[in-house]
Design a protein around this ligand. Structure first.
Ligand SMILES: [Zn+2]
Length: 295
């Protein structure tokens, strides 16, 4: 077991890294780690994670009662407690607002496409927990739906949450999510990801076993009816290699009128003042077209 003094120093170090990398601003974010079967060491509320000291931390029990510390525990303590209650294997929890991943969370786009082999092997998919008001009991409930099967998730219109078998493992998953979000964003600006095939995804899943990569749930290609958030990690992968799930640019002639003409309910021209609803795929194609024209 790691000494309490070392865990306090580790939380200070992880807080410093989160702040230095711009994953938190001001007093955002929170970090916790299990001290033993019944106690947690946690960051206090209202401190900048970049400038913490070891003495600032709080000790609570698993019901959130403060056992030690001059300051009050994090305002997101209930979210941390929910994770520890549902995942006995988890030793540490990190919450931050890394800007690119949080951008995906704000846009309502989960990081669940089969893009990077290492991410598929380790995190699997990064779903979005439904929006809940921070610090209320709604947030632990929203997170609770995904925590059984995932070690990392986005929080809608809020940030990201990662879990690990130790503090640095939870922190590195936060780095992986932000890195993955960065790469996904660039790939989408460049015309969209070419996805790994389902066959490759299941080959990568086999590597988890071979290399002893711990994952809370297996990967599945399609969500089960009613949602499989609690059972498996849904990774979007086409059945043929290199295929895209998002439409290719070439699939659309590239101007709005042509796009609209493809819609069954809107043949021909559309009056200038009429509302037009576009699917995500159509909007993506329009943005891609605009980016192409800028070059
Ligand atoms: Zn937050």
């Amino acid at each position: 077991m790691i000494a309490e003094s070392q865990l306090r120093a580790d939380i200070v170090e992880v807080g410093r890294r989160l702040y230095a990398r711009g994953y938190t601003a001001s007093n955002d974010g929170n970090i916790s780690v299990r001290l033993d079967a019944g106690r947690l060491l946690m960051t206090p509320t209202s401190v900048c994670k970049g400038f913490m000291t070891a003495e600032m931390m709080c000790i609570t029990d698993l019901d959130g009662r403060k056992l030690a510390g001059d300051r009050d525990p994090s305002s997101e303590m209930q979210m941390h407690l929910e994770v520890y209650r549902r995942r006995p294997d988890v030793q540490a929890v990190v919450h931050a607002h890394p800007p690119i991943a949080t951008g995906f969370a704000v846009a309502g786009i989960p990081l669940d496409r089969a893009v990077l082999a290492e991410v598929v092997c380790t995190l699997g998919s990064v779903p979005i927990a439904e929006y809940a008001t921070p610090s209320t009991k709604e947030l632990p409930e929203a997170v609770g739906q995904y925590v059984q099967a995932h070690d990392g998730m986005l929080l809608a219109n809020h940030g990201a949450l990662t879990l690990g078998k130790d503090l640095f493992s939870a922190y590195y998953k936060m780095e992986t999510i932000e890195h993955f979000a960065n790469i996904s964003l660039v790939a989408r600006l460049l015309g969209g990801e070419r996805l790994l095939s389902r066959e490759e995804v299941f080959r990568l899943q086999d590597l988890r076993g071979r290399y002893g990569i711990a994952a809370p749930a297996p990967i599945c290609a399609d969500p089960a009816p009613g949602g499989a958030a609690a059972d498996c990690q849904v990774v979007q992968a086409p059945s043929a290699p290199g295929q895209r799930l998002v439409p290719d640019y070439e699939a659309f002639p590239g101007d709005l009128a042509a796009l609209v003409a493809r819609r069954p309910h809107a043949p021909g021209s559309v009056p200038a003042d009429q509302e037009i609803r576009l699917t995500y795929g159509e909007l993506t194609a329009l943005i891609e077209d605009a980016v192409k024209n800028l070059k």
